[in-house]
Design a protein around this ligand. Structure first.
Ligand SMILES: Nc1ncnc2c1ncn2[C@@H]1O[C@H](COP(=O)(O)OP(=O)(O)OP(=O)(O)O)[C@@H](O)[C@H]1O
Length: 651
């Protein structure tokens, strides 16, 4: 018999009947309990800290999330997605029954909050249905992937975060342009509605077959002429005139919108307007328009684009008599390279009286800003009149801080006029032009410029000519030449302006079509001399050429009368290229067709690019293989002949 019975306290850990697993479960339960208590604590703190408004917002969000998860899982199994586990434990009452009870008691004390909760539960809370639907989708996709133990924040659970759409915020002048009507035909404006036009100018307009103004002209000409009412020196209210940017569709008549207001009666013969264009062909075209409207006046237009020798251009700019320089030009049309040459070599180009700086195809000209042509022009503008021996009536000082002294002498302002069918809306790019209180005229409604969510790189939205019908033609690489022959020989769509992506492709296609026979074709690329290019364009315009196969050399600005159809033999890579190419047809309010040959791999991206840019709709045009069959034998022979021709030319 034992005298003493020793009972030792073994404690929990010595309860060997409990398995290791169940011990860890107990520990986990303890930890969870502690976490919940912490959450409850922080919940009370948080609630007192938050303003009423913030709390309402949070509850609404929380309620939505809870509603979604409840639709997927039974209530007693509610789990939080990793990134939804609230740091401050605001929602702990939702995922554990006992806690819910105690929290509800606490909540019961706070009637105001309860009321809010009721509101979020109520049937009237349906406004965010669409949103909830989207959230649900995201949750469905990710549920189960990242669920975490209650109360713990899982680091790095990024995949559940909803992707935020980026909304563009533009400066007001870009976001709210003066709108130009897209429909040319039903918005023609008579000359008398635009005040301040010289009778000789109106006569010249009529002589050139212009009976009324197009919408872009009716809007922009008065805006430019506005400053002329104050003798060209100052703008409205005595301020420097605002710079003007115009973004209107191809063929909408932008050229006349800057040509007409610049043709003012002169006081002294000095260069008052300088138009800068990216290519020789465009400079030539614009120079021709200026010349045709200066007929009957003493105004003189000079072109600096390398068509003539440097010396000849120099001679046309100014002359020296009795030791004095005398300007011979009122208007200068130039390409940037040649212009900078004349400025740097001091060839007699004086910009002292420059009043209008016209930048046509402005987006392309911004791209060539690395040549720093604009800074050279600006330097030349301020250099001329600011010297001590300056004889100018109007002294010019470079723009700086406005002081009483700086405003005292009358300043001859330089007004920049920018034109393009695809003017960039990128403020950073436009900023390079140093615009002064710019004003935008655009045919793109303002809502596209302000709140268009952008999910891709393609940020710009453009306008397409109204008379244009766009098609794409699914095809294979080897059928492309047959298709173009089919368009001319069977569909009788000539004259066709056909674009390729390289001068090699243009040349090859030209040779092939020539060898095939039956089509008057020509090519247009840098393979030709400027003289040959000019001749080719003229013949195409005269209808002597049925098919003009061109690189992008003819894509921008070129105004060829009567192009019924544009074919993108090679799909353009960029939307701007596409817009300018197809803009060679459907000009001046006329109808036109644009076809783009697309390989299967190109279809998706190309169509997306076009739709995002604001195309009213591009239709599918299928050419049945049997329609091409009758040309196939001859085509195979031609390919053989072409191979021989190319072999010979390579020798
Ligand atoms: N008021 C008018 N009445 C009739 N024809 C006009 C009028 N204004 C311009 N045109 C004609 O419309 C055609 C297109 O004009 P213009 O070349 O100025 O277009 P654009 O807007 O500069 O095009 P792009 O963006 O392609 O350079 C030209 O042939 C021009 O003569």
């Amino acid at each position: 018999m034992s005298l003493f019975l020793v009972n030792r306290y073994l404690g929990e850990e010595e309860d060997w009947s409990v398995s290791k697993e169940s011990r860890s479960q107990v520990l986990l339960a303890k930890l969870q309990q502690k976490a919940k208590e912490k959450q409850r604590q922080s919940l009370t703190e948080q609630r007192t800290d938050l303003s009423d408004e913030q709390t309402v917002q949070q509850d609404v969000k929380k309620k939505r999330k809870v509603d979604q998860s409840s639709s997927q899982e039974p209530p007693h199994h509610k789990k939080w997605k990793s990134d939804e586990v609230p740091l401050c434990g605001l929602d702990s009452d939702k995922h554990n029954e006992p806690v819910e009870e105690s929290t509800k008691k606490k909540k019961g004390a706070n009637k105001k909050e309860k009321k809010r909760k009721d509101q979020t539960d109520g049937p009237q809370e349906t406004g965010g249905e669409e949103e909830t639907e989207k959230d649900n989708d995201t949750q469905k996709q990710t549920s189960g992937k990242t669920s975490a133990p209650t109360g713990f924040t899982v680091l790095g659970g990024f995949e559940n975060k909803p992707v935020q759409k980026v909304h563009r915020v533009l400066p007001q002048w870009l976001a709210q342009p003066s709108v130009i009507h897209r429909d040319i035909k039903s918005n023609l404006v008579p000359f008398f509605a635009v005040p301040g036009l010289h009778p000789q100018l109106v006569k010249n307009l009529q002589n050139n077959g212009i009976k009324q103004f197009f919408p872009v002209q009716a809007e922009v000409i008065p805006a430019i002429l506005e400053s002329a009412q104050q003798g060209l020196l100052i703008g409205r209210g005595g301020y420097k005139p605002r710079d003007i940017c115009v973004s209107a569709p191809t063929g909408s008549g932008k050229t006349l919108a800057f040509v007409i207001p610049v043709l003012m009666e002169r006081v002294v013969r000095e260069v008052r307007a300088l138009a800068v264009l990216p290519t020789k062909e465009l400079a030539q075209q614009v120079c021709k328009v200026f010349t045709s409207y200066t007929e009957g006046t003493s105004l003189k237009v000079v072109m600096l684009a390398g068509q003539k020798s440097f010396a000849a251009e120099q001679a046309s700019l100014s002359e020296h008599r009795g030791g004095m320089r005398r300007s011979l030009a009122d208007i200068v049309v130039a390409t940037p390279g040649r212009l900078v040459d004349h400025i740097n070599k001091n060839s007699g180009l004086c910009l002292e009286h420059l009043r209008f700086l016209i930048i046509d195809e402005a987006d392309r000209m911004i791209d060539s800003m690395h040549q720093s042509w604009l800074s050279q022009v600006v330097k030349a503008v301020y250099r001329s009149g600011s010297g001590p021996d300056a004889v100018s009536i109007f002294r010019r000082t470079e723009p700086a801080y406005v002081t009483a002294a700086s405003l005292s002498p009358p300043q001859m302002p330089v007004q920049k006029l920018l034109f393009s069918a695809t003017l960039t809306q990128n403020p950073e790019k436009l900023q390079q032009l140093g615009l002064h209180q710019p004003r935008l005229f655009s045919s793109i409604p303002s809502h596209f410029s302000t709140t268009q969510p952008t999910t891709t790189q393609n940020q710009d939205h453009f306008n397409f000519p109204q008379g244009l019908t766009e098609y794409y033609v699914p095809c294979t690489l080897n059928k492309k030449p047959l298709l173009i022959l089919h368009f001319i020989l069977r569909m009788k769509l000539s004259p066709i302006l056909c674009f390729t992506n390289s001068k090699e492709t243009s040349h090859r296609l030209f040779l092939l079509v020539q060898l095939f026979g039956g089509v008057h074709a020509a090519e247009f690329s840098s393979r030709l001399s400027p003289g040959e290019r000019k001749k080719t364009l003229k013949e195409f315009e005269q209808g002597k050429i049925q098919l003009l196969i061109s690189t992008d050399a003819a894509a921008r600005g070129i105004d060829i009368n009567g192009v019924k159809c544009v074919v993108n033999y090679d799909a353009p890579q960029y939307i701007r290229t596409y817009i300018h190419r197809i803009g060679r047809t459907a000009r001046a309010g006329k109808a036109g067709l644009a076809f783009t040959f697309l390989l299967r791999v190109q279809e998706k991206n190309f169509l997306q690019m076009v739709v995002e840019a604001g195309s009213p709709g591009i239709q599918k045009q299928i050419v049945k293989p049997e329609n091409l069959k009758c040309m196939e034998v001859r085509y195979e022979q031609t390919l053989q002949e072409l191979a021989n021709v190319i072999k010979v030319s390579c020798l």
